[in-house]
Design a protein around this ligand. Sequence first.
Ligand code: FMN
Ligand code: SF4
Ligand code: SF4
Length: 268
Amino acid sequence: MRTTLYYFTGTGNSLACARAIAKGLGDTDFVPIASLREEKRIRVPTERVGIVCPVYFYTLPVLVREFIPRLDLSGVKYGFLVATMGGFPGLAVEHGEELFKKAGRELHAGFTVRMFANYVAEYNVRGERSVRAMKARMERRVQRIVAAVQAGERRLEKGGPVDRLLSRAVFALLGRKFVETARTRDRRFTVDPSCVHCGTCAYVCPVENVRLVDGTPQWLGHCEQCFACIHFCPVAAIQVQGKRTRMRGRYQHPDVRADDIAGQRGVS
Ligand SMILES: Cc1cc2nc3c(=O)[nH]c(=O)nc-3n(C[C@H](O)[C@H](O)[C@H](O)COP(=O)(O)O)c2cc1C
Ligand code: SF4
Ligand code: SF4
């Protein structure tokens, strides 16, 4: 069965995962969600559809939350979601299921894949050894996911009842506010004098939310919080105000380049 795989990524984990899934499934069209952000209705041209994206604050990114209900799934026989995350998937699969329902179709399978956690606003990002371990873990998970999708399994990995209860509480406390304020949270981004005016931050932004003024970035208030600008800056000059990001490392998936992140914009 031919598959359309829609993806969104900030630091490459979800893209690496989507590539591995596409390789496993074969016969897959790859479509960046950011390239369709202006489309009102998107007809899925295949019988199988997959969404691969990160978890943000226990849910799916706002871009993805707004994307799924705009899908015309009338020709789709099997839908699946793969959410990459740093260890706390929260309600990502549950929310994916609800969003598919809004689009008038069932989500047949939802999986989470633990990858390198990139939310540098709250913690440091770890070293090379854990990236190697992550790649091996991802390969194993992807094998399982591909087998389940090929078999047409119905399998929603939403966690046990206690996990879900806790996740709902955390989402009510933090996630909901994140969803409401995500786009303007770029107000907290600042630039250090160490900026070398290379323009990489503006180049990588998947939704053209960074403008260079005299070579220095300004954010435009329609941010997806993917953190690509922060992680791809070659001198780590972008900080999140009030957080200790200056002391912390930066992360890019080793198999993903700036061109891949920028390429999500599609033709503009
Ligand atoms: C704004 C933001 C919020 C995040 N929230 C969560 C979270 O709630 N749970 C979690 O496990 N990881 C969280 N993460 C980590 C990412 O989900 C994880 O690193 C993901 O694999 C990144 O995917 P990407 O490289 O495709 O952008 C968050 C990252 C960002 C940038
Ligand atoms: S401004 Fe930065 S964090 Fe916001 S969407 Fe663009 S690259 Fe991602
Ligand atoms: S990527 Fe970093 S160094 Fe380059 S323009 Fe942006 S902030 Fe400055």
